[in-house]
Design a protein around this ligand. Sequence first.
Ligand code: TXA
Ligand code: MG
Length: 537
Amino acid sequence: MTVKTLHLTDSARDIERAAKIIKKGGLVAFPTETVYGLGGSATDSASAGKIYSAKGRPSDNPLIIHVTKPSDAEKYAYTTPLYYRIAEAFCPGPITMILKKKDVVPYEVTGGLDTVAVRIPSHPVARAFIEACGVAIAAPSANLSGSPSPTCPEDVAADMDGRIDAIIYGGRCDIGVESTIIKLDGDKAVILRPGAVTEEMLGGLLSVSRDETLLKKPSADLRPIAPGMKYRHYAPKAPLYLLKGPHADVAAYMKARLEEDPMTGIICTESDREEISGKNVAYLPDDPQGQARELFNLLRGFDKKDAPRVYSVIPSRVGLGLAVYNRLIKAAGYNIIRVGITIPVIGLTGQSGAGKSTASKILQSLGAFVCDCDEIYHGLLYKDSPLTLRLAALFPEAYSDGTIDRRILSGIVFSDKEKLAALNGATHGAVLDRVREMIKEAEAGGARFAAVDAPQLFESGYDSECTAVIGICAPLDKRLARLVSRDGGDTERIRARLENQHNEDFFRVYCDEVIDNTGDPSGMTEKLRMITDRYTK
Ligand code: TXA
Ligand code: MG
């Protein structure tokens, strides 16, 4: 059945019109700060049915209900003190919480579940619209099922004209990726879908973990908690491949594909602008906010321009980057192509004092060519080297006689996140370029596989170039004892540093393999042998 879709403005009068449509059981697409939503009454099972059929969405995939104040959720769900604590910190805003549902919410809205997803958007048009409706609005993203979420009204119209009653035109969405979804569990939360309220932000308030499928491919054994996260999603029509490898090799690979076919779709970085250009070349902004804002728009662009296939760089996974990476890897159906370095590369990371250097020595004895990132970093800081001068410009206090005093530098960045980010921005690129050169040389010299020992593997984004990542963990007291006996120094200061680092859950979710170091070297050797056999054969 086709309907005539009204294109409404965001004026008060048009918002009243839109509310009338909802009250009569119709569907209206509306802007939010994340993406456009496709709204219907949250208490009407017939409206929910219409939403599923307009989107072509499987009806086991539940909808999010939208209200304007935290206490409005009381009508629809059983709230908890933690719900209010999180709402106070982040609502209205891009976060959705899963709560136990009340009877007024029909099972058609929740895909048959006893829980319901509640969100309080901050977009003024969304808020005015929900208020005018006088009822919670059930709304998935306003795209056809499987395609990228719409971040502007034109994209909604392209998918939904003729299928829904109206679209409220409210300009482009600020954030560009869907809300963070969390499931509350006692005083903890699990992230089911990453978004603009990041894990780091939530971590300041409560203990958070992640659904394992945020980064790993779901399978029969590994099912995402949010039913919607199991589908291939956000995808352009053309097959999308993510390219893993040294940046220079990724760029060369892209150029070669463009020479073969100038219609090839490319997602490269801003820094490639001078080198890579073409009809279907898109540039991903450098900052995660910009990346999130552009991603879906850019993926939809390839459909409009009929790209036969699309190749993309892999963005960093830290902060909002995790949401960008999560959408991109799903859009790619987990297809990753390795370029440049072809020998397997094992990433080695973990907590300080957990036994990473022991693991690194064992890997070497098992035949790995080992790059130690700390050592490479020191090696790059010789008198007035390019890196020394870069750091001198950023941190003049730490520079004297042509060298950088690393103690002063640690003191400066220890409690200042911005300065730490500046330091990492300058050092990670330099260290990793050297790592890539060394591995290429080792490969040419016949090395069978490489291992990269990097305490900041994930922060630097190098994990995306590894065949597999091993995390070494040990209990806090063991690590503390080891560091105190090895380096000496103030126990409380070392404890504070360790408590600041990632906890074990982080490594369990991010790493392909985790080794709990019990202090038995032969056990560790056996485990490493098994793991390297698995990934390097
Ligand atoms: O930013 C957003 O959240 C946007 C705007 C419109 O608010 N909405 C959105 O909705 O992204 P949708 O339907 O595209 O994605 C909803 C996700 C799906 O993955 C679904 O499985 C999950 O939320 N979900 C909804 N209710 C759930 C529940 N009770 N338990 C677990 N997951 C749930
Ligand atoms: Mg969606």
